[in-house]
Design a protein around this ligand. Structure first.
Ligand code: C2E
Ligand code: CA
Ligand code: CA
Length: 665
């Protein structure tokens, strides 16, 4: 225990005092000097008329001079703010406390054992009193306090010992014990000061950490971490400030820029590459802008810009320049990527007077730019808002239509080109709008897709088709195989699609009653393997698949090989030119050849003339569909057509033929 106490004492003794500790000592320095001088004078006065008087006066004079010197030094030092304590600084404090102690050490030698008892007692009491004063001043700097007590107390002991004055020993021991208890007090306070310093340091470290975290959070709140551009909230403020600053007639443009096909980079190469591309685009945008213009990243691949001092023509020109600079090839992960961008713009003050209005209208224009074929800039016009209002209305009406059964299915027959027999029909959706008459899919399916209603519409279509098929079967009518179109979005949420197919079966429809038509759009912007998994599931449920609009979209020959397809539908675009355009004829003929090799049946769409039928027969197409035979018609008309066409045809029973063409799964 003693050892550990000694260890602690030593540690505290050698500890370098903190700036606060030194500050306390320095501030007390001048007062201590004055007290020293005062005590020396009082002590000298008590020797008035004594034999030793001149010696003590000399001592007092020297002490007053020393005190004066210490006072002047101390006042200068007390005015300083102590920021740090060096080694030499802490030694200096020890030296000064030795200097302060030296007059009393000298006094001990001058008086103790030499003068009468009363004088000696006074000297001892003065020394003891000074030690308590020093304990108060130096309690936070243990080494300085020890030096002070050491010098004074050792001098007292040494003076008595030298003179062999034994009758003063009890008082001397008492004074020494008193001094030691003061030293212990100084030791304890110094330790407390050390603990306080540690906790102060910890507190200040904590405060520094908090400050740094606060700075980081502030930056994160305003800066996009991927590109270091300002974020959405800053951009809104920038536009707001721009409006406030815009002088009369000083217009500016708000551009929203969206990268075309960015998802493909993310999905194809990975998010890391996507981030790098965003950084490249951000740098290019910064370079393309003037010093007063602003750029921010709103989210994902959408950037926003403020371009100042432009009218409509200038805005279009600047936007074209920006698209050009963004669209240069970029090397990412050692691959060349060809970014492209669309821009939608709104002009201040023409298109809006608040930042929200300008950004909203630039967004409307951006949608239009993308619809119009991407890689271009479109500025907002009033007609766009009218179009949005129209889409809102269609969406609203479509909800009502689904509830009130206005969505109907028409059927367009498919004919065996060899025999003329009806083989089935394609189910085509129609909207029997109470005000607009019969609407075709292109008038509302896009809105359903855009507004997230596709699954509802598809489910309704499946329901109607199931009801029709079951009713036909129950009535004993012949109807062939019914083709059901599915939308690319249906494949995006295969769970909904598979549920629809299951409901078809539950309702009483057989797998052989239907064929599912997918378009090449199903492969755009997605990994074919992903689509293939969904299509495999459909195939495993026992349904046949047809690839629609073949040759017009993004499907490649590898899709034909990979996907479980049974039928290839040759697009009307090629069929319509088959009689007068050698290229169309060549394309149709090659497609049929490929289909034959892959054991697929072919359906020619949009057949309108007898010449086309002849040409299609010539090149070996299996089935035809088109206005030549029949337009899409309501269910009852379709049944009537089917019956009539069956009797006209001289061929074997249609169902048998279709069945024989089935590809074995
Ligand atoms: P599609 O699947 O290629 O359908 C064929 C389109 O060609 C139909 O247009 C049909 O009326 C039209 N057509 C057929 N024969 C001829 C012809 O001889 N001449 C001309 N000029 N046109 C002909 P519709 O019904 O307007 O459908 C357009 C597209 O809407 C369809 O193209 C299909 O992609 C989509 N669609 C139709 N019904 C549905 C449906 O129930 N669900 C889904 N998801 N899409 C559907
Ligand atoms: Ca179709
Ligand atoms: Ca088609």
């Amino acid at each position: 225990m003693l050892r550990s106490l000694f260890g602690k004492f030593r540690d505290t003794l050698l500890r370098r005092p903190s700036p606060e500790d030194v500050q306390v000592v320095l501030e007390a320095g001048p007062i201590a000097a004055l007290v020293t001088a005062l005590l020396a004078i009082i002590f000298a006065l008590s020797y008035h008329g004594e034999g030793d008087g001149p010696v003590v006066y000399g001592w007092a004079g020297a002490t007053v001079l020393l005190s004066l010197f210490m006072y002047l030094r101390g006042r200068k030092a007390a005015r300083r703010e102590v920021a740090a304590v060096s080694r030499s600084g802490s030694i200096r404090i020890v030296v000064f406390s030795l200097l302060f102690a030296s007059p009393w050490s000298a006094l001990a030698f001058l008086t103790l054992g030499r003068t009468d008892l009363a004088q000696q007692m006074i000297a001892l009491m003065v020394c003891a009193g000074l030690c308590s004063g020093a304990a108060i001043v130096l309690h936070r700097t243990l080494l300085a306090a020890t030096a002070y007590f050491g010098v004074v107390l050792l001098s007292v002991i040494a003076a008595f010992a030298l003179r062999g004055q034994t009758d003063m020993w009890p008082v001397t021991i008492y004074v020494v014990l008193y001094g030691l208890s003061l030293l212990a007090l100084a030791f304890l306070t110094a330790r407390m000061s050390k603990a306080q310093e540690t906790s102060n340091n910890e507190l200040s470290e904590l405060a520094d950490d908090l400050h740094a975290a606060h700075e980081e959070i502030s930056v994160m709140a305003f800066v996009d971490p991927v590109t270091d551009l300002p974020n959405r909230s800053v951009f809104g403020r920038q536009v707001h400030e721009q409006i406030a600053r815009a002088e009369e007639g000083q217009g500016f443009a708000v551009f929203l820029l969206d990268l075309d096909g960015f998802k493909n980079v993310n999905d194809g190469i990975g998010y890391h590459a996507g981030d790098q591309l965003l950084q490249v685009v951000a740098t290019r945008l910064r370079e393309a802008l003037g010093p007063d213009d602003e750029v921010a990243r709103l989210w994902a691949d959408e950037f926003a810009l403020v371009v100042k001092g432009v009218d409509e023509q200038a805005a279009l020109k600047r936007a074209a320049g920006i698209i050009n600079s963004v669209s240069k090839p970029a090397m990412i992960d050692e691959r060349a990527i060809y970014p492209n961008a669309s821009i939608g713009g709104a002009l201040y003050p023409r298109d809006g007077e608040t930042e929200h209005e300008l950004i909203r209208k630039a967004n409307i224009a951006l949608h239009r730019a993308k619809e119009n074929g991407r890689g271009r800039c479109v500025l907002y016009t009033g007609a766009m808002s009218a179009r949005i209002a129209e889409i809102d209305r269609i969406e609203h009406d479509l909800h009502v239509a689904l509830l009130e059964g206005q969505i109907e299915i028409h059927y367009q027959p498919k004919i065996d080109l060899e025999t003329g027999a009806p083989l089935g029909a394609e189910a085509l959706v129609r909207w029997n709008h109470p005000k607009g008459g019969v609407l075709t899919p292109d008038q509302f399916l896009g809105v359903a897709a855009e507004r997230g209603m596709m699954l509802d519409v598809s489910s309704h279509i499946f329901e109607v088709i199931a009801r029709d098929i079951v009713a036909w079967r129950d009535a004993g009518a012949a109807f062939g195989k019914i083709a059901i179109n599915i939308h690319p979005l249906d494949l995006k949420s295969p769970t909904g699609l598979l549920a629809n197919l299951r409901r078809l079966l539950t309702a009483g429809v057989r797998q052989s009653d239907v064929v599912i038509e997918i378009t090449e759009g199903c492969f755009v912007g997605r990994d074919t393997d992903e689509a293939a998994i969904a299509l495999d599931a459909i195939h495993e449920m026992g349904f046949e698949l047809a690839l629609d609009d073949f040759g017009t979209g993004h499907a490649s020959l590898s899709h034909l090989r990979k996907l479980p397809i049974h039928e290839l539908k040759i697009d009307r675009e090629f069929v319509s030119g088959i009689c007068h355009n050698q290229h169309d004829l060549a394309i149709v003929s090659a497609t049929i050849e490929i289909a034959r090799c892959l054991d697929l049946r072919t359906v020619a769409e949009g057949v309108e003339t007898a010449e086309q039928i002849a040409a299609l027969r010539e090149v070996g197409a299996d089935i035809g569909q088109g206005y030549h035979w029949c337009k899409p018609v309501p269910a009852a008309e379709y049944l009537a057509f089917f019956e009539g066409q069956r009797t006209v045809a001289s061929a074997p029973p249609p169902l048998a033929r279709l069945a024989s063409d089935h590809k074995t799964p």
